[in-house]
Structures are given as C-alpha cells and as structure tokens.
Design a protein around this ligand. Structure first.
Ligand code: BDR
Ligand code: CA
Length: 311
C-alpha cells in the first residue's frame, strides 16, 4: 500500500476524503492524520478528525494537532460554509480516541526521515501551513517526498473566497508559495475539478441507502454542506473538493489535466492567494504541477459509495 500522510482541516469534504482513505487499506497506508487550522480553528479540526476515525473504526491511525495559524497572517475561517463546528450536519459527540502526542510538523518530518526516500506522499486538504513549516524546519525532507497531491487553487473557476482566490491557498499564501516552489512533484485539484464533483440529491441518496453508520454520517454531512453552494451558485449539490485528492490516489484515470507552471500571488491585495496557472503555455516557465481540469464525476461518486460501503 502507498504510504500517505493526510494534512487536513475537517470540514465535511475533508471528512469524506478521510473516510475514503481509511476505507481503502489495500491501496493506502495512512501513516497519520495531521490537523491544521483552516475551515475552523485547530481545536475543532483535530477533534473532528478524531471523530471521523471513530466513524471509520480506525483507532489505529495517529491524529496530531499542528499549526493553529498561518505563517504570516491571521487565520481566516469558513464557518459560513461548514457550520460552527466545521462538521455541521450529523449529530456530533466528544471523541474517545485521544490526540497523539507531539506536533504535526514534527510527525511529518520524522516520518519522511524514517521511511525510504520517495516512499511517502503528502495529501494536504487545507491551508498548507503544516507542510511549509515542516519544509522550512527540515529542508532535508523535501527531496524525500514522493509526491504532494493537494486540493487548492483555481484557474478558469477563479475564486470561492475572493473573486481571485480559492480558500486553502488564500488562507496561507506564503505557505502555498513555499510548497509550489519546493520542487516536489505536485498534483493539484483546483476548483475547476471540484466544482464538477457535485454531491447531487441522487448521489447523496445512494450513500444514505448504504444504511450504515458511515453512510448516514456522510449523507447527513452532505445534506448540510449542500446548502451553501446550492444557494450561492445555484449548483445541483455541494462540491466534494477534498475527496478528489484521495480518489486520484485510488483511481488516477478519473482525472485529466495539464502539467504546467503554477505560481501563487502573495503580494497583491486584490488577487492575494490566486493560483496563476500557465494553462496555455504562454511563458517558458518550467512546469511544476499537474494541474487538473476535469473529472469523471459519476465514476468518482461510484468509487466513494463503493468504498464507504466497506466501513
Ligand atoms: C477548500 O476549502 C475548504 O472549505 C474545503 O474543505 C476545501 O478544502 C475548498 O476551497
Ligand atoms: Ca479542507
């Protein structure tokens, strides 16, 4: 199984990504779940991650708390999308699964040093603060990363938090810049893809029809998560952003994109956190990211439903 560390700020869509990974032990060995501040503050994201492990019946997976604020800016959160808890929808509880001791950044560093070079993939689903902090603290680990598959950015779909920027990149643009200039092979799932991966009514109904704890938990989350996008964008359902990352590890042929140069805006107030992707190859800047543009949405939801059924 491929070794991965999931860095996350759950978040209903992060939660589905975690469940998808935890339901796929043949393909994915989740070394740990490292939490970051993002959709809601760190105290809630780490608690939500532990709850999700309990839903998956995976108390064997370490969950660690990481950075509670971006590198150089105050935290911006997204309760208007995810609710006060970050995981609004299902009935929530106080998880029994304890946090693993230590800082998420040190966990990332330690695991990249302890495993063979090129054998650990990082899967960031939130602001890139933990990953960038690890790279700054221990530059020796950068060359050891197999690949980073992340959710963030947008090009043709531009922004969801400002007219120009996607939330994960906007919240910590300096961290994103560190990652995008690190030289690590990147696969990026921008809004261009995730806004095609909509949890429509029939897709959520298929998940609820599993009639399992994980199925109801997921359907309850998606019923809540839908509210924002359906009201705001008139879409047919909530976009399942973060599960695209895990689905790419399980079934890469669901996605298509281009290997292009992507740079992050860190200066301009107007376009802060914008991912400027050279989609048409109009510069001679070397490609640094596989920037995805399309997804087979039916195949994606079939994969999610099939894997959730295994929990
Ligand atoms: C990203 O921001 C968060 O609200 C979601 O969890 C996702 O990671 C989408 O812009
Ligand atoms: Ca997220």
């Amino acid at each position: 199984a491929r070794k991965i560390i999931i860095d996350t700020d759950p978040g209903q869509d992060d939660a589905v990504a975690l469940l998808l990974a935890l339901a796929s032990p043949d393909e994915l060995e989740v070394l740990g779940i490292t939490c970051v501040a993002g959709n809601v503050p760190l105290s809630l994201t780490q608690k939500n991650a532990r709850m999700i492990c309990e839903v998956a019946g995976r108390s064997d997976v370490p969950v660690l708390a990481g950075c509670d604020a971006p590198l150089a800016r105050p935290l911006v959160t997204a309760e208007h999308v995810h609710g006060k808890t970050g995981l609004d929808g299902p009935e929530l509880w106080e998880p029994q699964l304890p946090l693993t001791d230590g800082h998420a950044v040190d966990f990332i560093i330690h695991n990249l040093r302890r495993h063979a070079p090129g054998s650990v993939t990082l899967c960031p689903l939130g602001p890139l603060t933990n990953i960038a902090t690890a790279f700054k603290k221990a530059p020796d680990i950068i060359d050891r990363v197999q690949e980073i598959v992340l959710m963030g950015g947008a090009y043709f779909e531009v922004g969801n938090v400002t007219p120009a920027a996607e939330f994960n990149i906007y919240v910590d643009p300096e961290a994103a810049e560190t990652v995008f200039t690190s030289g690590v092979p990147l696969v990026v799932m921008p809004l261009d893809v995730t806004h095609k991966a909509l949890a429509t009514r029939p897709r959520v109904a298929a998940i609820r029809a599993l009639d399992t704890r994980a199925g109801h938990f997921t359907a309850d989350m998606l019923d809540f998560f839908e509210r924002f996008d359906v009201a705001k964008y008139g879409s047919e359902g909530g976009p399942l952003h973060d599960p695209c990352v895990i689905a790419h590890l399980l079934q890469p042929d669901l996605f298509s994109g281009r290997h292009v140069n992507v740079q992050v805006e860190t200066g301009s107030e107007l376009t802060l956190g914008m991912t400027v992707a050279d989609w048409w190859g109009v510069t001679d800047h070397a490609p640094n990211a596989m920037f995805m543009g399309d997804v087979d949405a039916d195949g994606f939801f079939a994969l999610i439903t099939d894997r959730l059924a295994r929990l």
